[in-house]
Ligand binder design. Structure first.
Ligand SMILES: O=C(O)c1cc(C(=O)O)c2c(n1)C(=O)C(=O)c1cc(C(=O)O)[nH]c1-2
Length: 563
């Protein structure tokens, strides 16, 4: 895979060499062989199992190059599969130590393809590059110390010949960082910590040279030394917009959760960052939840899109935050254009001001722990698992709508005393997540980013936890924990197809073309944060079974010919 192929992935249909079907991450396919009329005939052509006992939490997006599909599976595994038949070509399993510390299941969200390499991040915080034909290790590099709580769950991305990754570990008081590596050999090129106060580096002639820091002073928005264990893990990876030459990464919660310990905005936690991909310097930041006290994070994908306003093209980017607000920003400078709630209930803020900063409801912020157990418990909606969590939304260039996998839930949350200890959970909070409605938690929403209007919705009993795909065939695909991959009419929201895969679908579906036929592929395998941290919600859905399968669908040939 070359840089040129990566840059044009949004328009090519016979291969998928980026996460997000293009570096901007719109998850839009220009294919329409399959469309709202014929999708009801969509059938499985092959399926394969990841096998063994490690069947849980399959969150990856498949990649396809030269007739081979590359996916990751739970427990830091990679599979190469013949895209025509589903036959396994090779598999690789990283040897993991016993003391890995992923907060939210043993998941991985996919590979990067570059040159003849298949590159992914492991639960013990390494990057590993495999030969695409043999699955043999070409290089392996430690990104951070897993004993301090670091892991990698996101897919890396390659931008102009640089391999770029974030790290996980916000629940352990790590220092978040975004780093660029030479994809050929794993040499680090620059390192950009995401907690204000830590410096960033570029590597020149083998030596680390400071490359400056936006904001300047150490810990300006943090009290005392707390910035040294400040979290802000960019755990969901990032996207790239060639138009502005900006890399967009989100950052996680400030550590600990317990906000009364750390007065101030706590930059750059719970923010979107725009970085120069050449040296990692921060070009702008937009903080969705300053002084986050709910673990809302700010990692959710920022998706570039253009729209017309009074005859002018607006270079925008949109994001649906865990905190319940949908934001439209000017992607050239990070300025707030508009924002609005995209879930039915938000209690922690009364709204957004003209700069997009939340107007807090102070009575609904968890306060300092009282002597009484749970003395300062407050109710908050959304819950910390978010109005929308990591599962990526999609933007359809024909309808101009975003398709957002969202959830309606709240939580009781209270603060507890806490001290930092390397490698131990650093939350300082307790919580119980609660459903808000009897009959549904998940809501797939079509949202107009210009008006803030919800154009349609489809509710789902269990929380939605899978990525979304949209196509020129007027379709929206996503999965649910009940095991169905489903298709909806992109304009009306009518459900037009579904298929039971045998386990919860929390991966991100893709569509691609081979010999004039359109295929759809997705991973199936329930897991992730909900069964671990979902409280009363987890109890409601404990019958759902885990799994580990890769499915591929297409129309029967005679139907394609007729069409
Ligand atoms: O702060 C972090 O470092 C971090 C990492 C991860 C992760 O790597 O999966 C999650 C979260 N936080 C998190 O807050 C969260 O809700 C979450 C859900 C999931 C999942 O895969 O279902 N991961 C994570």
């Amino acid at each position: 895979v070359t840089d040129a192929e990566i840059l044009k992935d949004a328009t090519t249909t016979d291969e998928i060499v980026t996460n997000g079907l293009g570096l901007q991450g719109q998850r839009y396919s220009p294919l329409n062989i399959l469309n709202e009329q014929n999708v009801k005939e969509l059938r499985p052509v092959w399926t394969m199992s990841f096998g063994g006992e490690k069947q849980r939490g399959q969150q990856a997006q498949p990649m396809i190059k030269d007739g081979v599909m590359y996916v990751t599976a739970s427990y830091s595994r990679v599979f190469a599969v013949d895209a025509r038949t589903g036959r396994e070509l090779w598999q690789y399993e990283a040897r993991l130590p016993d003391d890995i510390r992923p907060c939210c299941d043993v998941i991985n969200r996919g590979v990067a393809l570059y040159d003849d390499l298949v590159i992914f991040g492991t639960l013990d915080a390494k990057l590993i590059a495999l030969n695409k034909d043999t699955g043999k290790v070409v290089w392996s590099k430690r990104v951070a110390d897993h004993k301090a709580g670091y892991s990698i769950t996101a897919a890396p991305l390659v931008v102009n010949g640089k391999l770029i990754t974030g790290v996980s570990g916000g629940e352990f008081g790590v220092v978040g960082k975004i780093e660029a590596y030479d994809p050929k050999n794993g040499q680090v090129l620059w390192s950009r910590p995401t907690v204000e106060g830590h410096m960033g580096y570029v590597y020149k002639d083998g030596k680390a040279v400071e490359n400056g820091i936006s904001g300047g002073e150490a810990g300006k928005t943090w009290p005392g030394d707390l910035w040294k264990t400040g979290g802000a893990a960019p755990w969901l990876g990032g996207y790239y917009d060639a138009d502005t030459n900006l890399l967009f990464f989100g950052t996680g919660n400030p550590a600990p959760w317990n906000s009364h310990l750390r007065p101030g905005d706590n930059l750059y936690s719970s923010s979107r960052l725009a970085l120069n991909p050449d040296d990692g310097t921060i070009q702008w930041h937009f903080q969705t939840t300053p002084h986050d006290g709910w673990d809302f994070d700010g990692v959710n994908e920022l998706i570039s899109f253009d729209y017309q306003d009074g005859g002018k093209t607006v270079k925008a980017a949109a994001t649906a935050d865990r905190n319940g607000f949908f934001y439209v920003l000017d992607r050239t400078n990070g300025k707030f254009i508009r924002g609005f709630p995209f879930v039915d209930k938000i209690t922690w803020a009364k709204g957004l001001d003209k700069n997009g900063r939340p107007i807090y409801d102070d009575s609904n912020r968890p306060g300092s722990p009282s002597a009484k157990e749970k003395g300062s418990s407050v109710f908050s909606a959304p819950a910390f698992l978010g109005a929308k969590n990591w599962m990526p939304m999609a933007y359809n260039r024909d309808t101009g709508l975003f398709y957002v996998p969202s959830n309606e839930w709240g939580m009781d949350i209270w603060n507890e005393d806490i001290a930092y200890k390397k490698g131990a959970a650093y939350l300082g909070a307790g919580f119980t997540i609660k459903p808000l409605n009897e009959d549904y938690i998940g809501v797939l929403r079509a949202i107009d980013p210009k008006s803030g209007k919800e154009v349609w919705r489809q509710t789902n009993y269990a929380p939605l936890w899978g990525g979304v795909l949209t196509t020129k065939g007027n379709l929206v695909f996503t999965g649910n924990p009940e095991g169905y991959l489903q298709a909806f009419n992109a304009r009306t929201g009518e459900k037009v197809w579904e298929f039971q895969t045998g386990s919860g679908v929390i991966g991100s579906p893709v569509t691609w073309e081979m010999d004039g036929e359109q295929y759809v592929s997705v991973l199936s395998g329930w897991g992730g944060a909900v069964p671990l941290w979902g409280g009363e919600v987890a109890k409601r859905i404990k019958h759902l079974n885990q799994g580990g399968m890769l499915w591929t669908f297409k129309l029967p040939k005679e139907l394609v010919a007729k069409h």
